[in-house]
Design a protein around this ligand. Sequence first.
Ligand code: GLN
Ligand code: ZN
Length: 765
Amino acid sequence: MVQSSVLGFPRIGANRELKKTTEAYWQGKVSVEELLKVGKEIRANNWKLQKEAGVDVIASNDFSYYDQVLDLSLLFNVIPERYTKYNLAPIDTLFAMGRGLQRKATETEKAVDVTALEMVKWFDSNYHYVRPTFSHSTQFKLNGQKPVDEFLEAKALGIQTRPVLVGPVSYLFLGKADKDSLDLEPLSLLEKLLPVYAEILKKLAEAGATQVQLDEPILVLDLPENVQAAFKTAYKFLGKQSGLPAITLATYFGTVVPNLNAIKNLPVAGFHFDFVRNPEQFDDVVSILNDKQTLSVGVVDGRNIWKNDFAKSSAFVQKAIEKLGKDRVIVATSSSLLHTPVDLENEKKLNPEIKDWFSFATQKVKEVVVVAKNVSGEDVSAELAANAKSIASRASSNITNDAAVKKRVAAIDEKMATRAAPFPQRLEEQEKVFNLPLFPTTTIGSFPQTKDIRINRNKFVKGTITPEQYEQFINAEIEKVIRFQEEIGLDVLVHGEPERNDMVQYFGEQINGYTFTTNGWVQSYGSRYVRPPIIVGDLSRPKAMSVKESVYAQSITTKPVKGMLTGPVTCLRWSFPRNDVDQETQALQLALALRDEVNDLEAAGIKVIQVDEPAIREGLPLRAGAERAAYLKWAAEAFRVATSGVSNKTQIHSHFCYSDLDPNHIKALDADVVSIEFSKKDDPNYIAEFQNYPNHIGLGLFDIHSPRVPSTEEFISKIETIMKSYPAEKFWVNPDCGLKTRGWEETRLSLTHMVEAAKHFREVY
Ligand code: GLN
Ligand code: ZN
């Protein structure tokens, strides 16, 4: 029999129980016992659901109260001293490391004030992990035994699981040196770390685990020689230990082929590879297996929500069986299902035709089982027939296919993706229109999304206020924001985005070809979950999406107001994309929809238009090479298609955040002005990298994630530092990002100080 395997299941609960309880715990509203109980229930439900579906290899230790990488840091005692000194309970240490902790002193406890560890995107997903942070004083030792506890918990329910841990090489490689130990190379700690890995694996074996899954996702990156060699060191060490469970080494989100040498001849029981992303790696990876090693064939997509094509997956697995025999092949999800929503059955409002094309985590579990049964020769003809029908219906649906859109994309040419004149000439024409002072000030778009705004939006959605009443409310909000900006003396204004629930969803809801879930939550980090819209078909804009609000805002002020749009790459990246059409095509379809919007804004008298692309960096393919080069080309092209339909006089802005940007990537967009998140970048080289950026740029001057208000002097000193290496005539003054999560009080003060600092420099220069 061919076995089935799920690499990990979402941990948030079918109704976001984990979020609700965790946040209540942070607010002191529920006890730690209650929080632990909810965690235990979620784990039990997840295991039972998989067991009942007939999954053979079920993961444990895939659960976390915050992040699985952070769990490992806690387990291995990789806890910087600034967190241990408060003697917090383990779970509070975990949360303090994940999100920082500020607590006033009480009669019994002293005050706590510690910031979070760095949080980074997990490969090319929208999940964020907490970066392991090592110092010279790091002493690896087991601190608790979470993987063993959870294994035993499942065992007590009669469910044998395969514990999963991030493997030693990836764990170190994904970490960094702490501020006090910058000369430390994390990978140099491998030999000290390995005995502790062996110890936890041994404990798992003693508890009854026969297998473990060690995730080494860094194998899909470009790895230097020493990192490749570390795999041999690590797995040979583990291979020499007696009494460990059988190890499956798992990779996902890419191809391992360039790193095959790193994993050839490793003494592990088997490998898992992602064949959804990279089916073409099959022959190469099979060639390195010895004659006992198993192959876990990832064919059910852990990163998207489309129904699996059983015929296609079965044929693929069959190929593996022919080479290796049934006993050595396992049908699996491509990665953990962490990146997919929990259960499609919770969607009550989806169009049934479309719903039939989807599969969320709960459904994917069953898919793995059906494919395994099918290739084992069991009769699953009913499932196969139903599946073939859904696949065919999607392929031929007129929801997915729009001939007019296809035709328009095919007609895109270089001219459409190029502004009428190069930047210097545009600048000259724009200067005449705007006549801005040196150090022009602006913000990134949103202003505080107050409770009042959310209440009124809900009323509007529910129909308890009329569209006219809602419009009046929104206009009053816009007016408030405009008057405020005038009052404090900002130069280029925004309308504040009060009408938007989310920067992608707001546009997605107005674009044909998108659909939305009501409960399709996916963990982004900690207790923050997102509900990505789903691109189901060819994308087009039936009518203007943002013109009304921008025109109103511009009508009540003489200062320029920026039209504000979300760019094509960000709309694509923060959605579940189609898997039947390539990403480039989807980005270009979005680009055309946005181009129409940009042109409409211009025609309606809006002279500055900002098209945000905060997700452009995360879309970058993980490896250097042809795919990355192609991405850079089409991502920039999509942006330029969206923004090049306007005259030289119209000023195009763009904005980026959440990542370390490469100025060359931004250059290719040819926006007149860009603003980037900058306030927390303490690396002086990062400024220098932007020195030669040809167009105008605003380096974000304050952190919008924090309620902290920088003083005017602080702004001045920040700008002074930047001015040491930066030309004043190119420099804009702005915050890091939008202000929607901030309160009004701190927003008022911070922006006032920022504008004062700009005025100071106008006198100096
Ligand atoms: N214009 C958006 C805002 O200000 C940009 C948000 C973002 O970059 N994440 O909210
Ligand atoms: Zn931003």
